[in-house]
Write a protein that binds this ligand. Structure first.
Ligand code: NAI
Length: 483
């Protein structure tokens, strides 16, 4: 079986070399096709951070084992990691956080074992990176949560939880505030939950989840979250088990899956042979299990756990009274411990059952549609308008221009209603949202909204327009705070 391997940037090549050496020493029956991917490839002029040959190889083999890749902050190249996850539709990001004996944490000292699996939606949310400046003062990020995308991740999470006999599956969200986006994510969670009545399924608001994870982490088993919240909560969980050096990650898709550590390129220690390869090794072990190489995975994980138990550590963790080893020595110690069984957390052996084969190639984009059948009507529009006048002045201007066509219902600023009622204590920025509805209850056409836009744009700058839709008798938009 062949997999694609990208060493990555920073500490990537060092830790990848260590992990592949451990695999080779354990006769893992895999062949590795090295592909060119990373910031260094972007610097050579490849905009998506990979060569066309690398893309072709990964799509053909269906499995990518990768080191971390650098993303400059604030400006410049988009994250190669996020691009890869999104391009290949690895919709579920599974991150397993388990206590490791020998890695001291507050919880290990208190005798509280941790075994939490985070499933993070991996494609949507603010990670679409669809951002615009609407005025020179106002930035907007569009947040997409879709029904088919949420269903994909929920189906994966429930199936995985069921197979591992999870005691509980929880959905973390902020649907109390983002009623439509997080509300849809939560709705999909409970829809799929109906198919798994033997699993205890519940939901928890993400801030409460964070508090409970640091006070009673043992209460949780599988937790599924939207992308950004999942990103933050999984780093929190990494902290519970000893830090980023122990956090593996599997990006699961129907055709292509990507295995990588949660941590980044660690530029502060790159090239010094100091990095801890454990997170990448654990990600590699998840990959071995994904392809059915259970026996190899068990031997290596037991050797890793034995090594940690015996006090061997890299500089980022462990007993400071025992000198740290470097990356190469850490890998050597694991290889030397093949066949040893740790006192705690030993992994049971299972025979290899490597039945994996890449999914059949496809020639067109899969179209994901949930087939909702409710009737659709346009009942109004929100116009986002650049303006630095008082709300009443803007309202007078808008009403004068539009009242024969539309009813001006509300004006809000940063989501808070400031007209027809509101408080002068609400600070304003130079961008308003004006909500218009049909003045005669008649269904509207897109052309009506264009006419509205045309009229208003003669007097003020319209930065953006959003239709107000209605599905059946249900409003498909949120109300302004205070409306
Ligand atoms: P980082 O994870 O690279 O480093 C944070 C801290 O943890 C540093 O002090 C680092 O030395 C330490 N650390 C991380 N991994 C370690 C390891 N294996 N052994 C020992 N110490 C380790 O996060 P940072 O500095 O925010 O990001 C650096 C770069 O990595 C950025 O360009 C970022 O975009 C990228 N990145 C890439 C990821 C990926 O490829 N999946 C994920 C996260 C960040």
């Amino acid at each position: 079986m062949k997999i694609a391997v990208a060493k990555g940037d920073g500490i990537g090549p060092e830790i990848m070399e260590a992990v592949l050496r451990i695999f080779k020493a354990n006769n893992v029956p895999l062949q590795y096709e090295m592909v060119e991917m990373g910031k260094w490839v972007f610097d050579k002029g490849f905009n998506n951070g990979m060569t066309p040959e690398a893309k072709q190889t990964i799509e053909q083999l269906g499995l990518l084992f990768k080191g971390p890749m650098e993303t400059p902050k604030g400006k410049g190249v988009k994250s190669i990691n996020v691009t890869a996850r999104k391009t290949w539709n690895t919709y579920a990001n599974k991150r397993v956080f388990k206590s490791l004996h020998g890695v001291d944490t507050v919880f290990s000292k208190a005798g509280i074992p941790i075994n939490i699996t985070i499933v993070r939606e991996n494609i949507e949310d603010t990670y679409g990176g669809i951002e615009h400046m609407l005025t020179q003062d106002v930035a907007l990020c569009r947040r997409f949560i879709t029904r088919p995308g949420s269903m994909q991740v929920m189906r994966y999470a429930f199936e995985m939880a069921s197979k591992k006999n999870a005691k509980r599956i929880s959905c973390g969200h902020k649907a109390n505030i983002m009623k439509i986006t997080d509300g849809l994510f939560l709705e999909c969670f409970y829809e799929v939950a109906k198919e798994y009545p033997h699993l205890k399924a519940d939901d928890i608001i993400v801030d409460d989840l964070c508090m409970k994870l640091v006070t009673r982490p043992d209460l949780f088993d599988v937790v599924v979250l939207p992308n950004l919240q999942g990103d933050i909560v999984s780093d929190l969980c990494a902290g519970l088990v000893g830090g980023l050096g122990f956090a593996p990650s599997a990006n699961i898709g129907d055709h292509i899956s990507i295995f990588e550590a949660v941590h980044g390129t660690a530029p502060d220690i790159a090239g010094k042979n100091l990095a801890n390869p454990t997170a990448l090794l654990l990600s590699g072990l998840a990959m071995l299990r994904h392809v059915g190489l259970f026996d190899n995975a068990a031997t290596i994980e037991n050797a890793l756990r034995y090594t940690l138990e015996s006090g061997v550590h890299t500089g980022d963790f462990g007993n400071k009274a025992i000198p740290a080893v470097n990356t190469t020595e850490f890998a050597d110690a694991i290889i030397g411990n093949f066949g040893k069984i740790p006192q705690e957390g030993a992994v049971a052996f299972a025979s290899n059952a490597s039945t994996y084969s890449p999914a059949a190639a496809i020639t067109v984009h899969p179209m994901l549609e949930s087939g909702q059948q409710k009737s659709e009507a346009i009942v109004g529009a929100d116009l986002f308008i650049q303006c630095n006048q008082q709300p009443s002045a803007l309202a007078a201007l808008l009403e004068a221009q539009t009242k024969d066509l539309f009813k001006l219902v509300t004006i809000s600023n940063r989501g808070t209603q400031v007209w027809p009622t509101g408080s002068v204590y609400t600070n304003l920025v130079n961008q308003y949202r004006a909500r218009f509805e049909s003045s005669n209850e008649k269904a509207l056409q897109q052309a009506d909204i264009i006419a509205l836009y045309e009229r208003v744009s003669k007097h003020v700058k319209v930065c953006s327009v959003e239709l107000l839709n209605q599905w059946g008798d249900q409003k498909a938009y949120s109300l302004a705070q205070g409306q």
